[in-house]
Design a protein around this ligand. Sequence first.
Ligand code: GUN
Ligand code: ZN
Length: 489
Amino acid sequence: MSSQFDIIHKDAAGRIGKLTTPHGVVETPTVMPVINPNIQTIKPSEMRELGAEILITNSYIIYRKDELRKKALEDGLHALLDFDGPIMTDSGSFQLSVYGEVEITNEMIIDFQQKIGTDIGVPLDIPTHPDVSYDKAKEDMDITIGRLKQAKELVNGDMLLAGPVQGAIYKDLREQCARELSDVGFDVYPFGAVVPLMESYRFADLVDVIASAKKGLDPTAPVHLFGAGHPMMFSLAVALGCDLFDSAAYALYAKDRRYITSRGTYHVDQLRYLPCSCPVCVDHTAEELKKAHNCTELLARHNLYVTFEEVREVKQAIWEGNLLELVEQRCRSHPRMLEALKQMYTYSPWLEECDPSSKSTFFYCGPESSRRPEVLRFGRQLERFTVKGSVLISSHPTKKNSEYEHIMLFKPPFGPYPQELTEVYPFNAEVVRNPDYESLETAYQNTIRLVELNPEATFTFFMKETLNHPLVERLRKMDNFNIVAQGSD
Ligand code: GUN
Ligand code: ZN
């Protein structure tokens, strides 16, 4: 079976998609709860009502244990877990990265995954630690690519095959790896070995890894961010084009008595209040939760509820076209996330290519919004815009009069645009009344560009005091540009 991934809605590089698997269709973005075949805090059969559409487990753990292997081979993976929806299985690569070796080969684990009826199988890739040397990363990557090609030859049923993209933190390697795998053709592309980056809060590096790997892939291919399960970073990763996530975090954090929220994590013993309305948090006070004999299970349930709540929040944001506003909010929960936001907008030219050209009202959420793809796009469109004669640039709507042939409105972070377009996206943006330095910077750069591109026009700018910025001096020096000072309002 060849994979089918239909994209039904887009925002930035994010999308709502439908991935067809042998056990049904999954709507993405979504999170696959990790099921430990040995110990289950929450039964797989209960996962659907908590919001899960697809699960992930580890075929190597099943393979290694006689009792599990026997049952999986006889009755199938879905019977073993008692879940009839789609199940992805990992290969033991993670164990390889932690323990240095595993007792199976790539061929054996691919064969086993097919025999037990996995929906999405994973070859034995090498998760290369982010900080190894370039040469080591390249060497591992080449071995991984070889194994993935071999796996592709071995698949003969309807199992979908994942092709993990490796390459440590080397952007060219990630892109090259993605491109080579793309040429072979896999059904899902996990981005691998990012767990150490997330554990050490290196979210800006994570942005580089995702953006580089995405560049090497067909934009319509489904992407899985391996080992990413904290809801705080979903919106960011989705905006960069990730579709699937997996969460062991819900259970691992619960074991550590940690309570997940979309803003970060609390230790349950620090909680005086429960800031959530899931069934667990409605039924318990903070004190009751701390003392409950089944505290781990309750925390795991809460952690999953908030995980899927964030998935729905992200999907709704894509649907409405305000995913970047959500990303900007979420990235304010931690300084390292704020770095990641800034890093994401260094990829605005690429995001702009993916972004639908019209969507819901642009909300200015802070200085970073000045670097959004929509603003960049406006800057580009100026190149195609010509004006002649006398042009008034004002921050207030102005009646047409005989003195000026054109009236343009000045709105940071965009700059001047034709007044007739006020109600049109993106100029209908909701912006702050006292523009910050960054939004003025962008708006004036665009103004300078407009004036340079239209030497035959003469511009008059009604400038309020609140719009001052060092770039105004550059405008003042331009021959066809006059500034008329206006008081503040
Ligand atoms: N789980 C977390 N990271 C990885 C990875 O890079 N490869 C595989 N197969 N599993 C993972
Ligand atoms: Zn809760």
